[in-house]
Design a protein around this ligand. Structure first.
Ligand code: ITT
Ligand code: MG
Length: 196
């Protein structure tokens, strides 16, 4: 069995990652570390690479970080990786208001897992995305922007917040990115077993 260290300060991310892995074939497990890692400005890839590099230096070992971006079509992909600050300062209503006067409410939820094989080594990225629309908040306010993101899948009429956890985890940006990381880690473990 393979295990990876997930460096995150976000309990909801960790919960979803654990649930997604538990619903799989059980070949990968996760432990977590809450390390404060500064996030630079740049593309989602640049932000993810810089973050995992610092996390690996701080831990002195291989690790995984994850960045979630919410990209509004009308705004050329912004707030993107800066969604945390936008959400914190504007709230759900403010994010909806930002789109007033534009003719698209389309948005992409983008998840980027970054794996560092260790300090000083080049990280590898795994991306997953889910298409949807920004809508006035509906459903429990338990995780970030879940109440205002309505995926086009699973009927296209419910927000992430209105879905059961298992439903969100079948179509989510996080699920799709984590599947790629899972496949990579399990292939790597197989190869190492063969080489030994
Ligand atoms: O320690 P890290 O892993 O960086 O955790 P964070 O909370 O700082 O997370 P990000 O830097 O990736 O910022 C993403 C923002 O989007 C929110 N978010 C992430 N995944 C989400 C999801 O699946 N549904 C709703 N909101 C989400 C999260 O709460 C943040 O406000
Ligand atoms: Mg963060």
């Amino acid at each position: 069995m393979t295990s990876f260290v997930f460096v995150t300060g976000n309990a909801n991310k960790l919960k979803e990652v654990q649930a997604i892995l538990a619903a799989g074939n059980g070949d990968i497990t996760v432990t977590s570390q809450s390390v404060d890692v500064p996030e630079i400005q740049g593309t989602t890839q640049e932000v993810a690479i810089a973050k995992v590099k610092v996390a690996a230096e701080k831990l002195g070992s291989p690790c995984v970080t994850e960045d979630t971006a919410l990209c509004f079509e009308a705004l050329g992909g912004l707030p993107g990786p800066y969604i945390k600050d936008f959400l914190g300062n504007l709230g759900h209503e403010g994010l909806n208001n930002m789109l007033k006067g534009f003719n698209s409410t389309k948005a992409t939820a983008l998840c980027t897992f970054a794996y560092s094989p260790g300090p000083g080594q080049e990280p590898i990225l795994f991306e997953g995305s889910t298409e949807g629309n920004i809508v006035p908040a509906r459903g429990p306010n338990a995780f970030g922007w879940d109440p205002i993101f309505q995926p086009v899948e699973l009927g296209g009429n419910r927000t992430y917040a209105e879905m059961a956890g298992e439903e969100k985890n079948k179509i989510s940006h996080r699920y799709r990115a984590l599947e790629k990381l899972r496949a990579y880690l399990s292939e790597k473990a197989q190869k190492e077993k063969k080489d030994n």
